[in-house]
Write a protein that binds this ligand. Structure first.
Ligand code: CS2
Ligand code: MN
Length: 359
């Protein structure tokens, strides 16, 4: 694996590239052009500029998170082909700059959802948290305001204010899109972009839906092994893969993460490794990365990634807010840096144990 860190780019992040560089073992960043609206073609000069900025700091761009998908593609609207063409242009430009991992998601209207972005925990930290009972009481037309007002002034990933200003229209365009239709639209999109991905060696890595069940009556399909396997059969190219996000998939405790990792060997192009603490049915906190702080066994997860020969970028995911840091919820420096060194330590131990056993 290649240890990496999400960076939203200068002007969009409270963290600098130089700070990321000082985290031991860090090989590169996962970044994006945060201000480009979904659907637009990425300007080549901007891609070159961010690449240069990252490389000047002694790191590499190990992947893009995300090139977001326009709602016309997800909903299968008549103008989707134009947006798919734009997506292909962006992929060509990324590919020509040597960028070979692209993360995206296929969730209608909303990206990840939490009921609280700063829930206090016993240790004095605050964490992102989910409680279905609270979500059920929120009017989906108003959830943008709830999330945005708790964002410490940052634009949250996937929560673009310009797009979500049209929330009513967004719900309307998905009114006849059920899970099956959404799946068909996804297959249509992937089939159209695969030749370009294959030409440039770009590995597409769909991010699981977070949480892994339908919300506000909108379908969600990237939620379990069964659906992922179906997707990989429908578009059977090695460039069609997944971002193995442990926290998103494990929001549903029925998803056995190490088993899913082993079953998806060859299709995992990017890994987000974080922990969760289950508090009840459809209720969880995002704990620290450490196994004993949450409900997931991080050793078993890293071991499974090691056993399948995972060589892609791996990053810590959402961290707690600690030591007084005020950053984008989930994306401060301190706890993600702790997560990164912990995951790297597990990896070193697993690697050396394996060598010992084979001596
Ligand atoms: C991220 C997602 O912060 C997060 O939860 O993992 O926003 C992720 O970047 C997108 O779903 C991928 O397109
Ligand atoms: Mn994730």
């Amino acid at each position: 694996m290649k240890l990496s860190f999400r960076w939203f780019g200068t002007g969009h992040d409270s963290i600098t590239i130089e700070q990321i560089r000082q985290i031991p073992g860090m090989k590169g960043v996962i970044t994006t052009l945060y201000d480009i609206p979904p659907g637009d073609v990425w300007p080549i000069e901007r891609i070159r500029a961010i690449k240069e900025e990252v490389e000047n700091a002694g790191l590499k761009i190990l992947g893009i998170e995300s090139v977001n998908i326009h709602d016309a593609i997800k909903a299968g609207l008549p103008d989707r082909d134009m947006y798919i063409e734009n997506y292909i242009r962006t992929l060509e430009r990324l590919g020509s700059c040597g960028i070979d991992v692209v993360c995206y998601n296929f969730m209608p209207v909303f990206d990840w959802i939490r009921s609280d972005l700063a829930k206090p925990r016993d240790d004095g930290s605050t964490v992102l948290s989910y409680d279905q009972d609270i979500i059920d009481r929120i009017d989906p037309m108003k959830i943008f305001k709830t999330m945005d007002s708790a964002s410490n002034g940052f634009v949250l990933p996937g929560w673009e204010p310009e797009r979500l200003a049209h929330i009513k229209e967004l719900f309307e365009i998905y009114s006849d899109v059920d899970a099956e239709k959404l799946f068909e639209n996804m297959v249509y999109f992937l089939k159209a972009i695969m030749p370009t991905c294959e030409k440039y060696g770009i590995k597409m890595a769909v991010h699981p839906d977070d949480p892994a069940w339908p919300i506000f009556g909108l379908p969600r399909i990237i939620i379990n092994l069964e659906n992922l396997s179906r997707l990989f059969e429908a578009v059977d190219s090695p460039c069609n893969g997944v971002t193995l996000c442990t926290g998103s998939l494990a929001s549903n405790p029925d998803n056995d993460i190490p088993a899913i990792i082993r079953a998806l060997k060859g299709r995992i192009h990017f890994a987000h490794v974080r922990n969760l603490k289950y508090l009840g049915h459809r209720k969880f906190d995002e704990s620290a990365h450490l196994s004993e702080d949450g409900s997931l066994d991080m050793f078993e997860i890293m071991k499974a990634l090691y056993d399948i020969g995972f060589e892609g970028p791996l990053r810590p995911d959402h961290g707690r807010a600690i030591w007084g840091e005020k950053g984008m919820p989930g994306y401060g420096l301190f706890d993600r840096a702790l997560g990164a060194v912990y995951l790297n330590g597990l990896w070193e131990a697993i690697t050396k144990m394996d060598r010992l056993e084979h001596r």
